[in-house]
Ligand binder design. Sequence first.
Ligand code: PLP
Length: 319
Amino acid sequence: MDERETDTLTKTKTDSVWKKLENLSNFIGNTPLFDFSHLQKNPKVKIYAKLEWNQLSNSVKARAAYNIILEAYKSGLINYQKGIIDASSGNTAVAYASIGTHIGIPVTLCVPENASQQKLSSLKALGSEIVYTSKFGTTDEAQEKAKELSNLHPEKYFYTNQYANDNNWKAHYNGTALEIWQQTKGEVTHFVSGVGTSGTFVGTSRRLKELNPFISLIELQPDSAMHGLEGWKHMESAKIPLIYDGHLADQHLTIDTFESYDMIRRVAKESGVLLSPSSAANVAGTLKVAETINMGVIVTICPDHASNYPEILQQIQNV
Ligand SMILES: Cc1ncc(COP(=O)(O)O)c(C=O)c1O
């Protein structure tokens, strides 16, 4: 193949990546706002949650993964040969795998060996390369592995590092927050959300506070290091994500895992919606806030759906 032919082929491939990214953008974000106001008695308090499973790969993480991949591609950090590597066995991994496979960028995930078989099967089906790390090292060791591999093979891997990548929180700054603002016609008074990488809380909060400095930002965390709120971090005992900003919230509240399980049961019965543990924990957080105000519009996020957690659904049925 001569140089001109190679150039044409590269350009065709590049154009097709752009087209695919553009097409995918129709499936990222723009999630509906669900009314949970009936869970409390005050008619002057409204509670809404964005049901984030209504987008590509069925979770909130489609937003961050898409923006991280888009910006890496724009900056020339990834291509057909040099893919992305990151540590995740959860929703981010599935989001990276879906987007990467669609646009033809290789995806490698460093995953603790005790990760859920269901998630691993999805990742394998989506064609991702999986690098196993020890089950004792949690995601901290998986992060170290991703960093090490990207240093050893810079020609093969770009380490996207969702815990330190500004394009994670910016996805919410430019997306989630503006959607909430439009969907509530600027009437949102409180934003409540738990933190994992903290991208959702940090990005959404920063933009909402710019739009209205009187909005109250309420950050939720699990009440202990040993918790069952998948996706959330107990910052006091965890490695703090670089994008986390502990001074952003006006108020910090904690949620107990069993409060969240009770809320899964309650919302299933009263609203006909099956929430995941972190979604139910966020809704529980909004009810705590509702008890302290006379009027207002409280908005939260439901990161994913209960169908991701069959073992928890089984467990709560037996109580
Ligand atoms: C189920 C679930 N809930 C909550 C979160 C927290 O979101 P963030 O990482 O934006 O703080 C995540 C993140 O992975 C998640 O997967």
